[in-house]
Design a protein around this ligand. Structure first.
Ligand SMILES: [Zn+2]
Length: 422
């Protein structure tokens, strides 16, 4: 705790000659690169995440280093879809990502099956349903659900689908909702598809599917850390910027989820911040960490706090940046309601400098990589932008759609806030 007390007594500006001519072309090129096919959506197929980690390391080395970039490897179990991803209903081939998503917990399978539409009344008569299952009514078939998702029975049923309660070959869940994908660290025994309702899905009779799935029980991922030593020998506290480099990866061999906003944007901003601090050396040490495994459940950041490469008590403040793509309506600071002095500083700096429309506080939330640090007592914010950009965990979260509205303003606010050094 000693270092924290020292940190609290430091409040002078760390450096002068400020300039904020942000290099927009640099940030855009970093986002484009991180979203390129060669990084496979920075997920768990073709080691896309680790290749992105190597890319980040190379960028830092090209910008210039005082200390070697550190890699922190760790393992996780993860369900992956690295080959075939085909779903055809009544002879119409649907497009992964656009027409359907595979449930992240899904098993793989290949074959052609008769479809059976599930009737809502069956869900309300457990005894009858049980005897239907016992009689093999669903055996060898693909069960299609088309019930309003608000329906409670349906919700219960969906929860149960993971256990394959109908002893079916696969499940198709028809939906009007946006398709939002994710990553799972576990696997079930059947394939489950969420399919957007369309003319093709009206009367499904025959389903042809081919899904290659592989559960990787010991997948190797890596956190990346870069350190810029401060110019002063007497300041022991560290400011830390973090962002997750990983995303959802591939949904089959031909489709990947690029994650331009989530979180190529934050990863690129971290590189941009590194570049900035390299040219505007603060007295205080600055550390930059790109975490892997965030989308799988904050795995990389949890591993980091348990096996920290730095003294957690030396962290004066940690700023986690995720979803930096559109600050048209400002930013939200998760933990803003916890660290109210810090939040007051963030808010007043924003007003003084006339940067963003809104800087909104939130309570604690385990929704990004700041949280494991927060649980260890590290003062931190998770800042995300708010705007009209709604592409989240889907195939449309690509660089061409990302507006980067008020990117420079967010960047400036982050630097000024850290410089204020509460
Ligand atoms: Zn994210």
């Amino acid at each position: 705790m000693k270092h924290v007390l020292i940190a609290l007594s430091i409040c002078a500006p760390f450096f002068s000659n400020f300039s904020f001519s942000q290099d927009r072309a640099y940030v855009k090129s970093m986002i484009d690169s991180l979203c390129a096919p060669r990084y496979h959506g920075r997920g768990y197929v073709e080691n896309g995440d680790s290749k992105a980690a190597e890319f980040i390391k190379r960028q830092i080395e090209e910008l210039g280093i005082d200390q070697p970039v550190e890699f922190q490897p760790f393992e996780l179990g993860v369900n992956t879809f690295d080959g075939a991803m085909e779903l055809t209903v009544n002879g119409v081939t649907l497009a992964p990502g656009a027409d359907y998503i595979i449930d992240p917990k899904s098993a793989g399978k290949k074959g052609e099956y008769e479809a059976i539409r599930f009737k809502p009344k069956w869900a309300n008569n457990a005894e009858k349903l049980f005897s239907m299952v016992a009689d093999g009514k669903f055996t060898g078939k693909v069960v299609v659900f088309d019930i309003a998702e608000e329906n409670t029975d349906y919700a219960t049923l969906i929860g149960d689908v993971y256990k394959n309660p109908l002893k079916a070959e696969a499940y198709i869940i028809l939906t009007d909702k946006k398709l939002t994908w994710s990553v799972s660290r576990s696997v079930v025994s059947v394939p489950i598809f969420r399919v957007t309702k369309s003319d093709a899905t009206k009367k499904i009779k025959i389903v042809k599917l081919a899904v290659d799935q592989f559960f990787k029980s010991k997948y190797n991922a890596v956190n990346v850390m870069a350190t810029l030593p401060g110019t002063s020998d007497t300041i022991y506290s560290t400011m830390v910027f973090t962002a997750h480099l990983d995303h959802l990866g591939r949904m089959g061999a031909d489709t990947y989820i690029a994650g331009a906003n989530d979180n190529a944007s934050g990863s690129a901003m971290l590189l941009d911040l590194y570049k900035y601090y390299l040219e505007n050396r603060p007295e205080q040490e600055v550390i930059f960490i790109w975490f892997a495994g965030e989308e799988a459940g904050l795995v990389g950041s949890k591993y980091f706090v348990e096996n920290s490469l730095i003294e957690l008590s030396d962290i004066q403040f940690l700023m986690n940046l995720d979803l930096m793509g559109d600050a048209a309506q400002g930013i939200t600071a998760v933990n803003g309601k916890v660290f109210d002095e810090h939040f007051a500083k963030l808010s007043s700096l924003n007003m003084e400098l006339g940067l963003l429309e809104v800087v909104k506080p939130r309570g604690p939330a385990a929704n990004s990589d700041h949280h494991p640090f927060y649980e260890m007592g590290v003062p931190c914010f998770f800042v995300y932008t708010m705007g009209d950009y709604k592409h989240y965990h889907d195939i449309n979260d690509v660089p061409a759609n990302l507006p980067l509205t008020k990117y420079d303003e967010v960047f400036e606010l982050m630097v000024e806030f850290m410089r204020a050094g509460i």
